[in-house]
Design a protein around this ligand. Sequence first.
Ligand code: TAP
Length: 496
Amino acid sequence: MSLANSNIETNLTMKPTLDPNWPSSPALESRDSVRLAKSYGLFVNGEFTPSSGNRKYWTINPANEQRLSRISESTAGDVDRAVQAARNCYEKQWSRLRPAERGKYLYRIARLIQERSREFAILETLDGGKPIRESREIDIPLAAAHFFYYAGWADKLPYAFPNRKPQPLGVAAQVIPWNFPLLMAAWKIAPALACGNTVVLKPAETTSLTALLLAEIIQQADLPPGAVNILTGHGPVGQALVEHPGVDKVAFTGSTRVGKSIQRALAATDRRCTLELGGKAAHLLFADAPIDQAVEGVVNGIYFNQGHVCCAGSRLLVEESVSDEVIEKLKQRMGTLRVGEPLDKNTDIGAIHSRQQWNTIQQYLESGQADGATMYQPDCPLPKSGFWSRPTLFTGVSQSNRISQEEIFGPVLAVQTFRTVAEAIGKANNTRYGLSAGVWTTKGSRVLNLAAQLKAGVIWANSYNQFDPASPFGGYGESGFGREGGLHGLSAYLTY
Ligand code: TAP
């Protein structure tokens, strides 16, 4: 058969029909792909139950302010019930299980998260406002990875702590924030269960949907009733939980203000506590760094998840000789960022999480300008409804300005310059926080020197926001104490 007679020939000779105005195909993730209940109950003792007070509140989509579903407000009685369920399960079942059996349950949860990852990603984006690209490629896979990782440790604790007898603590009260809802739940629940503890978890009031889907998965995975309990509601629910006398361990991630109040409440008790709090991280960018790569890393470091990131690189310290070039390149790159509909797969910066957080960011934008810094924002269009903030860069910032001292938790970068390494270190460490830092240089010896001198729990070199379940994460100073992730994350849930 000659090619001239074949279909291949015919197709090859057809004129191209690609219309440059065609829209790109829709994302697989859409609002229609998830089934939202009209309202949700609490997850206690393996079952979804109404709250005893029968009070509910709306959770909304911050990208359009539309109501998504109604969430139950737990009462003190519900907290009591959940802690009791966790205690019963701890004493009668979970702590007595063969460790390898605990591991099997955790593997099951990890696989179910993977199976339902699209649902999880859409819910996370709808409820929290983060771009679907981030929920799909970072939050959800990392959450599954944490369960896989800690599943592997469940029957190897004696190897993790040789010559010791590691024992679980009992009932863990866990309270998490709204910026990485499923991921924070995984960071907390996976190591606790792997070590033989049971859990009562309170998600943030504005982002409970993925925690409730996780509860469904826990049911599906057939965990013993009471091993994991999830209580929704506002701050006072978290307070009642961490102060409950039936709790043996408190793990909190959130603001430094609330972290301090928890520490005060636990001061006279022998309960174990870990606090993962705020941050004000610095990038240190040296003249010898690969500038384009560094600019990309700085953009990722601050604008990822709208800057709602505890370890966000919200300060840039750049060597004076390259500062003009770096700032120019930063502005160019910021101009290419797409702000808008979080469910659009091309979106770089999604919605600000809530009106309250939007107000906070506006106050900092005003404060930066009032203090004399120069503000730059690209002229990108913003949607009409919902909460939005353009990526922002401040130059001419001084060390005492609020925007260089306080955690903004928004897409706002404060730029300062330095001339010597000592000056860079001094400025980077001049903060009450100490969660993370980024170093941009081609000199390996400088990286090692800075890693030893920067007071930060995590230091990335020529990269930023790299997370792995095997690597510990936590802070110094007002960024809290204790580590999550890796082997260190196990020790927070054990006595040995
Ligand atoms: P917070 O206001 O502190 O809230 C965190 C959690 O605590 C929420 O579930 C909250 O409930 C609850 N809560 C409020 N008052 C409480 C009390 N008195 N006792 C016990 N629980 C209470 O923080 P946020 O605004 O959600 O999150 C942002 C903060 O979290 C930032 O500072 C950020 O840096 C920090 N963060 C740190 C890390 C790490 S790993 N260090 C990771 C993520 C976030 P409601 O939501 O109902 O108020």
